[in-house]
Design a protein around this ligand. Structure first.
Ligand SMILES: C[S@@+](CC[C@H](N)C(=O)[O-])C[C@H]1O[C@@H](n2cnc3c(N)ncnc32)[C@H](O)[C@@H]1O
Length: 198
């Protein structure tokens, strides 16, 4: 990233912190939003190895954890560059879960994961960093693991990173609609091509 983009990135981080402080993102806990979290959990059940280790990039204040219910997992790591959201997530004391205040761009996983999630987060990664971030995450996805991406509305400029990625094979894709015409999400599930070949 050049200096100007670094500055914009820093400003965006500050904005997220302010918004989490004000409760701007409490709306993610609404019943309308719940549908997309439940779809992700449904995909965990269908396609992830049993008792998975999960990595949630751009996890916010842990809404996915709140929605997990009795889903069985071995370990959950949430990463978000908003310190405020991470403090909120930590305060909820989810079992078998850790939260890190780190930028996805700089984050280096210390282990592999069976499920990696970009839940309404991938489009916020700066353009020049999208491929390196995705590549690094794929290096830390277990061979039989899954990558799940949820993107609001059309996800212009995002889906091609997954759909046209030679390392990935799409195994499921769905549009989650709501009563509001303009409120919908697309959710895709991917496996590494190496695994499908073996
Ligand atoms: C719309 S919120 C979604 C939060 C959560 N995934 C959910 O669906 O409940 C987007 C999140 O991405 C985080 N984010 C944006 N850019 C990021 C980056 N470069 N590294 C880590 N987190 C980032 C924001 O702080 C915010 O928490």
């Amino acid at each position: 990233m050049n200096l100007l983009n670094k500055f914009h990135h820093w400003r965006r981080k500050r904005r997220w912190n302010k918004q989490y402080k004000r409760g701007r993102w409490d709306s993610l806990k609404s019943d309308m939003e719940a549908k997309r979290y439940y779809k992700i959990i449904d995909y965990f059940n269908q396609f992830a190895p049993e008792n998975p280790a999960i990595l949630d990039i751009g996890c916010g204040d842990g809404v996915l954890n709140e929605r997990l219910g009795d889903f069985k997992y071995d370990y959950f790591l949430g990463v978000d560059f908003s310190r405020v959201s991470i403090e909120k997530a930590k305060a909820k004391q989810f079992p078998k879960a850790e939260f890190l205040a780190e930028d996805a761009i700089k984050f280096r996983p210390k282990r592999d994961f069976d499920a990696i999630v970009f839940n309404e987060a991938f489009y916020y990664i700066p353009e020049s960093e999208k491929t390196p971030v995705l590549d690094l995450m794929l290096d830390h996805l277990t061979n039989d693991g899954i990558l799940i991406t949820s993107i609001f509305r059309e996800g212009t400029g995002c889906w091609e990173y997954f759909k046209e990625n030679p390392r990935l094979k799409e195994i499921a894709f769905e549009t989650i609609t709501t009563k509001k015409e303009q409120t919908y999400w697309k959710i895709g599930v991917y496996k590494k091509v190496e695994e499908l070949r073996s």
